[in-house]
Design a protein around this ligand. Sequence first.
Ligand code: SAM
Length: 457
Amino acid sequence: MSKLHLITYGCQMNEYDSERVAGLLKQERYELTDRPEDADLILLNTCSIREKAEDKVFSQLGALKHLKRRRPDLIIGVMGCMAQLQKGRIQERAPYVDLVFGSPAIARVADLVERARQGRGPVLETGEGALVKITARPDGGQRLKAFVTVMEGCEKYCTFCVVPTTRGRERSHAPEVIVEEIRGLAAAGCREVTLLGQTVNAYGRDLSPPTDLAALLERINDIDGIERIRFTTSNPYNLTSRLIRAIRDVPKVCEYLHLPLQSGSDRVLERMNRGYTRARYLELIAELRETVPELALSTDLIVGFPGETDEDFAQTVEMVERIAYDNVFAFRYSRRPGTPAAEMTDQVPDEIKAERNRLLLDAAGRAAAARSQRLEGRTLPVLVDGVSRKSADEVAGRTRCNRVVNFDAAGRDLLGRVVPVRIARALPHSLRGELVAHGARAGVRRSADEIVVAGRA
Ligand code: SAM
């Protein structure tokens, strides 16, 4: 067996792609190793959404240079978004990199590695490719929860974003292929799937006949063994009442939605080319909360977008306070090559971005703490997915609203089960809970093999 060391940066889609690559290379007799010094092949699956993500890759490549000097037969490859964006510039800056390929070439990874190994390189593959559903996976690893990419690419052309360049145009996988993949996952013990797409709620409109995410959720709901379904990332522009009703009506769909706002200022939203106003976003939030009162919401926000004034920023903070998200991901605007915003002349200084980021996270933290406290005293169904990070004597799991709960399992093997847990305390980043005994409260009944929590709290 040869050894593969795989380093993944960035989003869940990259995690999914890395699994595919490891699965495909397993068929070529590569097994995963945690130790770069033992590897015959090192692949970096990269992200280029912000400059910092690219800096990390170049500094990692710098560290690997010494390994390559000692072992010239080691193959080093860079794959993913940065490969697609930077193309030949990667090998210009790090000439010891043997192989550079974008996500459309993942299906051909074995062939590309072989070409690099035979010294027919440096190999560079960053063209467009056909959409292929790859379901290969490596051995081992946790199987209770899995990501499943349902569509590739993005056609929104937000002025700050490189994704349309790095991931190409929107292409959906056929529902049959997705259902088949998830059936396989369920048979292997998976209980929760997260469907992935850059604009996942635009799923299916490019298929013939066209379909949508709500229809896909219904089909996945019928798969035995799957307990929970999540999906990300949704774009407000494509959020339909039909999908909102599906969150309420399709039983396995969790009451959690990640809905990037990016800015609370109409002026900035327009310059970002987001396709909605703050009033439209608030209308959607009102419809969501009315239809699915238990819904937990999270968002992405960018601070320091070119031309963002104190007044624009104050409107973003005001939206965060008004909406009271359960979780906020705040990013300092990063100038990305080839995007319209990078050319805007009114760039915001780094110190102002840092200060706004701090203020925004403070406001978001206060709102999220209040949301967490509302859960205290309630009993919620928790899918147990591992050991608590804080104490090996405790287990950890998630609520349907995606909160981490740590609790004492009282010596029982609960891994992969959905159990009722009373929320005793809300901490800043997690909840402390107490396992509720079987049938101890109304709404909890027992099936042959496990505790079933009725209702969707
Ligand atoms: N496709 C999704 C959308 O547009 O709503 C999100 C995709 S992106 C992988 C995740 C987040 O990164 C975005 O929602 C945005 O907040 C942030 N982001 C993207 N480009 C950025 C940039 N140039 N600078 C800072 N943050 C950025």
